[in-house]
Structures are given as structure tokens and as C-alpha cells.
Design a protein around this ligand. Structure first.
Ligand SMILES: [Zn+2]
Length: 271
């Protein structure tokens, strides 16, 4: 899709999606967990100096949401919530057609919204070092962690067979596949996943009142079992005025949404 034969003269500029909080207005990366040295890094300015081209930068999930808004599932909508369900949970917020980037580019870091504390002293530990974060309950990594924990005390599931008797090989995809085949153990895991997912998405929807929620990332490929399950549960946690006409649909651009969105940043710059 993106194989292009272009010369420098025909290239409009460079758009970059960064896996960390990134301010689209200032072009500064606040931090980047997987790339050391990117703390308060003026990426836009540095790339412009190096390439002498127009450069726009943004958080990768924010870019993904921009991409869906421009050429994907969000065409025609102005108030969009993007949710990326992968090893963590990322978010992107578009209000009145404008991306919400935040003071340090960390707006829509929804995965670290605190979802649990009562009943447990702190809630589950998250990769960010804090406790009770949403993504510690229902990212793909969290679902796999929960599955492994339950497998330690329960042998009665197809999962053992699927992962070759090695619980460390369990994947979120396998949990959904076994649930679709009626495995009770996995159906309960999916129910656990969907309840936390619905609660978290509803919390954000209750604040933003989006027209559409676009869900991408590996877990979104689970299909109807995920989307129907979410819709069935969301009403429990959203106000009636929020749930009315709310659309919850899968990403259309998949992994390419971020690339398209980085281009959208450039397009907006030139508009
Ligand atoms: Zn966290």
C-alpha cells in the first residue's frame, strides 16, 4: 500500500509516530520507554535540521487514531475515541476534529487509568510501576498473566493442549480461540477480560461522549466475541446519554493506521 516511487521534490515532508508521550504542537518527545536518550528530545527540530524537510511528530497511538479518522473507520466523525489493545492499552482522543495531545503529549494514556483498588490493597502491579492500572487487567499481556495464574490451580481447559503443556506459551489469541470453541475456563477468562475492558472504555466515554469508539491492536482481531461482548456490557457502566447511538467498531487500517496518521499530521500542517 505504501510502496511509492517518489523523489525528494515530490515528498511533502516526514511524519513520525513515536511510542511515547509526544507533543504534536512542540514536536518534543517527553520520553520513550524503549529508546534510551529520548527524554525531552526535540525530535521534530532535529529531523528538520537533518533533512531540511517539514517534519511532524506525534504519539503512535494518537497517530493511529488520526489515521482512522482520516482514511479509516472514523471517516465522517468528529468526536472519536481510539483504543489500541496490545501488550498494553493505548488511546487517542479527537474532539471536534482536533487531536488532544496534552501539555506533555501524554493525553489519552488510558492504559494507566486506575481501575481497581477496593478489595485488594493496591490492585495488580503494572509495567509503569504503579498499581491497579487498567492495562494490568485487560491488555493481551494481562489476559495471559491471568490465564497462567488460573492454570496453576486448574487443569480443566483446552489451553493446556494448545500451549503444548507449557503455560508460559499461553497467548491471548489462544484464550479467545478456545472460548469460541466453548471451553468454560476460557469463557470465564474472556468474561473477566470483557468486564474490565467495558468498564474502562465506559469510564472514558462517560467523560468524552464520543460518537464512535475505534478499537485496534492484536486483541481486536478476536472479532464478534469481543465487540458483541463489549456492547453487551458497556450499557452497565455508561450513562444513557453516552450509550445512545454510540458506535464501537474495529479499526479499518490495522497496523497501518499509525503510518496514515503520521501523514495526517503533515496534511493538517499544510492545510
Ligand atoms: Zn500503569
Amino acid at each position: 500500500m505504501f510502496d511509492v516511487d517518489a523523489s525528494r521534490d515530490t515528498v511533502m515532508g516526514i511524519g513520525v509516530g513515536v511510542p511515547g508521550p509526544t507533543n504534536t504542537d512542540t514536536g518534543i518527545v517527553f520520553s520513550c520507554a524503549n529508546i534510551p536518550g529520548f527524554e525531552q528530545f526535540p525530535l521534530q527540530k532535529r529531523l528538520e535540521e537533518e533533512t531540511k524537510m517539514i517534519v511532524r511528530v506525534g504519539n503512535d497511538v494518537n497517530c493511529g487514531t488520526m489515521g482512522e479518522a482520516w482514511l479509516g473507520a472514523g471517516i465522517g466523525y468528529k468526536n472519536i475515541l481510539g483504543i489500541m489493545l496490545g501488550t498494553g492499552i493505548g488511546g487517542g482522543i479527537i474532539i471536534d476534529g482536533k487531536l488532544v495531545s496534552g501539555a506533555n503529549g501524554a493525553a489519552a494514556e488510558v492504559g494507566h487509568m486506575k481501575i481497581k483498588s477496593s478489595g485488594e490493597l493496591y490492585g495488580k502491579l503494572c509495567g509503569c510501576g504503579q498499581y491497579g492500572c487498567w492495562e494490568a487487567y485487560c491488555s493481551s499481556l494481562a489476559l495471559e498473566r491471568e490465564a497462567r495464574m488460573r492454570m496453576e490451580v486448574n487443569n480443566n481447559t483446552m489451553l493446556w493442549e494448545v500451549c503444548g503443556g507449557d503455560a508460559t506459551q499461553v497467548t491471548a489469541k489462544a484464550v479467545f480461540e478456545c472460548a469460541k470453541q466453548g471451553d468454560k475456563f476460557c469463557l470465564l477468562l474472556v468474561d473477566y477480560e470483557l468486564n474490565y475492558l467495558a468498564k474502562g472504555i465506559a469510564n472514558i466515554a462517560n467523560i468524552l461522549n464520543p460518537e464512535i469508539i475505534i478499537i485496534g491492536g492484536g486483541l481486536s482481531l478476536a472479532g464478534d466475541i469481543l465487540f458483541d461482548g463489549l456492547r453487551d456490557r458497556m450499557y452497565k457502566y455508561t450513562m444513557a446519554a453516552i450509550y445512545e447511538n454510540l458506535k464501537i467498531i474495529p479499526s479499518k487500517l490495522g497496523n497501518e493506521s499509525g503510518i496514515v496518521g503520521a501523514c495526517a499530521l503533515l496534511k493538517l500542517h499544510n492545510a
